[in-house]
Design a protein around this ligand. Structure first.
Ligand code: GLA
Length: 390
C-alpha cells in the first residue's frame, strides 16, 4: 500500500460513491513502467527488462446484475456505457476503449463478463511513454477477474490486454507494457523473453536509483512511425526466411545473417534490423551487469542502446537526446537512455542514490535552458504488478 497514493484511492472511492450510490466499491490498481533496456525488441520475439513504477491506474468497481458496463473517468470528467456482452472490435481510441477493449477481449476468450460500474483515476501521466494505457487495461482486467470470480493469471491477462490494444483500440504494440504492469515484482525489474514469456526477476542493486526524466514533449505521429518500424522488421524477416524458413523473427537473425542478406534489402530496413539484432542481447547483458554490481558496464549498455535508437532505429528526438546527454555529464550518473517507444516522452538514468536530488536539479536546470516544456525528473522504485486493494 505504501507505493500507492492513498489520497488518490480516497478520491476514486469518493467519486464512485457520488456517481454510483450503493454498496462500497473495491479498488484494483496496476502500475505504469519504465523499460531499463531492450527497446523495440518485444514485437521481434526478443528480450526486454521493464520495471513497474509507483504510478498507478486505479479502477474502483462494483458488479451490476444487468450486463451494463458503465464507466466514469475522473481525468476526462465523462461517463460512458455499453452492453458488456455485445461489444465489437474495433472500438475507437478514447479512454473508454481501453476499458471496453478488455471487457471485449474477456468475452472473446469465453471468460464470464457481467455488468460493472467503474470509476477510473490514476497518476500515470498520459502520453508520457510510461504505459498509462497498459496500466488502465491491467487494472480493468484485475477488476473484471475479481468481479467474475476468475483467478488472476498475470501472463494470460497480459496477453489479453495486448489483444485488446491491438484489435479493439487498434494500436499494434508488443507484449512488454501489459506484461510489466501485470507481472512485475516489488524490488526487481523483470527480464522477459517475449517469445516464450519466461521471466526472471532482476533486483535493482541498493545504492542505485533509477530516475525518470520526463521531457514534457508529447508526440502525435508516434503510432504511424511505430507501425513503419514494425513493417521494416517484418520485411527483413520475410527476405531472410526465403532462404532459411526457420527464421520467424529478428530473434532468429544474427548480425552476420543480416550482413549476408544486405544486398537484397532496403538500406533503411537494414538499419532498423541492425538496431533490433544488437538490442535483443542487451537485456541479459544489463541483468548480468546489475547482478555483478558493475554499474559502469550497465551505464555503457544504456548509452549504446540510446545511440542505436537514435541513429539506427531513429525513434529519439532532440529533447530525449539533450536530457540523456545532460544526465551523462553528471558525475553521479552511470548511464542514461530513452525508454519506451520514443518520439518524445521519457528517458531514464541510473544514478548514485546518494546524489539523486542534486542530479535531478542540475539536469532539469540545463534542460529548461533549452526547452520550455513541462519537464519533470523523479527517482522511481520497482513496485509490484496489478493487484486489489483490500
Ligand atoms: C511501446 C509498446 C511496447 C514496445 C515499446 C518499445 O511501449 O507498447 O510494446 O514495443 O513501445 O520497446
Amino acid at each position: 500500500m505504501n507505493d500507492i497514493d492513498s489520497e488518490l484511492v480516497r478520491r476514486v472511492v469518493v467519486r464512485f460513491r457520488e456517481s454510483f450510490p450503493g454498496e462500497a466499491p473495491r479498488v484494483a490498481v496496476a502500475p505504469g513502467r519504465v523499460n531499463l533496456i531492450g527497446e523495440h525488441t518485444d514485437y521481434n520475439d526478443g528480450f526486454v527488462l521493464p520495471m513497474a513504477i509507483a504510478r498507478h491506474a486505479m479502477v474502483a468497481f462494483r458488479p451490476r446484475a444487468d450486463g451494463v458496463l458503465r464507466a466514469h473517468s475522473i481525468a476526462y470528467g465523462e461517463t460512458k456505457e455499453a452492453a458488456a456482452g455485445s461489444l465489437a472490435a474495433p472500438g475507437g481510441h478514447d479512454w473508454f476503449a481501453y476499458v471496453a477493449g478488455v471487457v471485449w477481449a474477456f468475452a472473446s476468450e469465453g471468460l464470464p463478463v457481467g455488468g460493472l460500474d467503474v470509476v477510473l483515476d490514476g497518476d500515470v501521466p498520459i502520453g508520457a511513454g510510461l504505459s498509462s494505457s497498459a496500466a488502465l487495461e491491467m487494472a480493468t482486467a484485475r477488476a473484471l477477474c475479481a468481479a467474475a470470480g476468475v483467478p488472476w493469471d498475470a501472463v494470460r491477462m497480459a496477453k489479453l490486454g495486448q489483444t485488446a490494444e491491438n484489435r479493439y483500440v487498434g494500436m499494434n504494440c508488443g507484449i512488454m507494457d501489459q506484461f510489466a504492469s501485470a507481472a512485475c515484482e516489488a524490488g526487481s525489474a523483470l527480464l522477459l523473453d517475449c517469445r516464450s514469456l519466461e521471466t526472471r526477476a532482476v533486483p535493482v542493486p541498493p545504492g542505485v536509483a533509477v530516475v525518470v526524466m520526463d521531457t514534457g514533449a508529447r508526440r502525435t505521429l508516434a503510432a504511424s512511425a511505430y507501425n513503419e518500424r514494425r513493417a521494416s522488421c517484418e520485411r527483413v524477416v520475410a527476405e531472410i526466411a526465403r532462404a532459411n524458413p526457420a527464421v520467424q523473427a529478428l530473434r532468429d537473425v544474427s548480425a552476420s545473417d543480416l550482413e549476408a542478406a544486405k544486398a537484397g534489402l532496403d538500406e533503411t530496413d537494414v538499419k532498423r534490423a541492425s538496431h533490433v539484432v544488437a538490442e535483443i542481447a542487451r537485456p541479459a547483458a544489463l541483468a548480468a551487469a546489475l547482478a555483478e554490481g558493475d554499474l559502469v558496464k550497465a551505464g555503457r549498455l544504456m548509452k549504446d542502446s540510446h545511440v542505436s535508437l537514435r541513429d539506427l532505429y531513429e525513434v529519439s528526438c532532440e529533447e530525449l537526446d539533450l536530457v540523456t546527454s545532460l544526465a551523462r555529464r553528471q558525475p553521479s550518473c552511470y548511464g542514461a537512455r530513452m525508454t519506451g517507444a520514443g518520439f518524445g516522452g521519457c528517458a531514464i538514468a541510473l544514478v548514485d542514490a546518494s546524489d539523486v536530488d542534486a542530479f535531478c536539479e542540475e539536469v532539469l536546470f540545463g534542460y529548461k535552458a533549452t526547452f520550455d516544456l513541462p519537464a519533470a525528473l523523479y527517482p522511481c522504485r520497482p513496485v509490484a504488478g496489478a493487484h486489489l486493494l483490500e
